[in-house]
Design a protein. Sequence first.
Length: 135
Amino acid sequence: MVGLLIVAHSERLAIGVKEFTEQVTRGQVPIVAVGGAVDGSLGISTDAIRQGLRQIASSDGILVLVDFVSAALSVEAVLEDEPHMRVVISNAPLVEGAYFAAVEASVGATLEETAAAALRGRDLVKVQGHGTSHP
C-alpha cells in the first residue's frame, strides 16, 4: 500500500493533518508526520524526514505532501541519499491533498493514482466568488 509522509514546518500542523487523514481512512493507510525543527521551533529536520521515509518505505511507494517549497527542497535533499526509494513529492495543498490521497491509497491505488488524487485538492472550491464578509 502507498504510504503518506506529511512534512510541515510545524510539528502540530503535521500531526493534525496525520490525525485527520487517519480518521478518514480508519487507520488503513501508513501515514507519518514530520514537522518542526529539532529544537521544537518552526522549521524542517532532514533527519526526521529520512526517518519518516524509512518508516513507511514500501515497494508501492510514498507520496510526500508538504506545506511550503522549502519542505519540498528538504525532502529532495534527503532523497539524494536514498535513490532506491520510490517517492513522489506532491504539489497539492497540504490538507486537501492529504485527504484525497489518503482516500485513494486506502482503496489500493498505485502511487501515480494516489498522487493524481492529491492534486485534485487544488481544484476544490471552498467559497464562491471572492469570499463573504459579515458586519
